[in-house]
Write a protein that binds this ligand. Structure first.
Ligand SMILES: C[S@@+](CC[C@H](N)C(=O)[O-])C[C@H]1O[C@@H](n2cnc3c(N)ncnc32)[C@H](O)[C@@H]1O
Length: 206
């Protein structure tokens, strides 16, 4: 296993090709603080707010779209202390190949792409095949939090998947990034809230 100590501090945005498998979080952050991971970070609003307000926790964002990844990593680089990193990668692949077992204290998934057409449902992130990855990466007391605006995705996949996963359902915990009345305070939540959409949230613990 190669060490990735040379990635400390810069760049905030990591490069997949140069990382060891599995990652060693201590080498990435130069500390042993808990690591929280967000899948689909978009513009990085959650990561920036949480990383700046909670310096004793490390934050890691995975984002597939290059434009969002560049936007988020630039914001993190300018705004955050040394406790945030992000990467452009497909989340399931990254969790499987790079994230060490039992190493994530909270997995955040906010407004995952709903893939509304029936023939595209198999592309949805949260479904039965994703459960082993959640269980692989969470610490023994780790938890997962998911919020969506899409009723169909929630009722057909997210809720049954999490309820049948063997994880224990717990109260959803609003992160500090959320303003009054918000679930999490991401860009998509704020946009959808202006449109008057309802939201659905679930949380579960190992
Ligand atoms: C609807 S946006 C939500 C962004 C942000 N979480 C928010 O609430 O503002 C979903 C994001 O997840 C990313 N995404 C979708 N599938 C992904 C995957 N398999 N791996 C990594 N990122 C993914 C998309 O590129 C997109 O930026």
């Amino acid at each position: 296993m190669r060490s990735c100590a040379s990635f400390i501090v810069e760049p905030v945005g990591l490069t997949l090709e140069t990382l060891p498998r599995p990652l060693v979080w201590r080498d990435v952050y130069a500390n042993d603080n808990p690591v929280e991971l967000e899948i689909g970070s978009g513009k990085g609003t959650f990561l920036v707010e949480q990383a700046t307000s909670r310096p004793d926790t490390n934050f890691f964002g995975i984002e597939w779209a290059n434009w969002f990844y560049r936007y988020a990593s630039d914001r993190l680089r300018r705004r955050s202390p040394n406790n945030s990193r992000c990467i452009r990668a497909e989340a399931a692949f990254f969790l499987r190949e790079f994230v060490p077992e039992q190493s994530i204290s909270v997995l955040h998934i906010y407004f995952p792409d709903p893939w509304p057409k029936t023939r595209h449902h198999r592309r949805r992130l949260v479904q039965e095949s994703f459960v082993p990855l959640i269980k692989k990466i969470l610490t023994p007391t780790g938890r997962v939090q998911i919020v969506t605006d899409h009723k169909g995705y929630f009722e057909e996949h997210i809720e049954p998947t999490i309820k049948n996963s063997g994880l224990t359902i717990i109260d959803y915990n609003r992160p500090g990034s959320a303003s009054d009345g918000e679930f999490v305070g991401t860009n998509f939540e704020r946009k959808y809230r202006r449109e008057g959409r309802p939201f659905y949230a679930i949380a579960a613990q190992m």
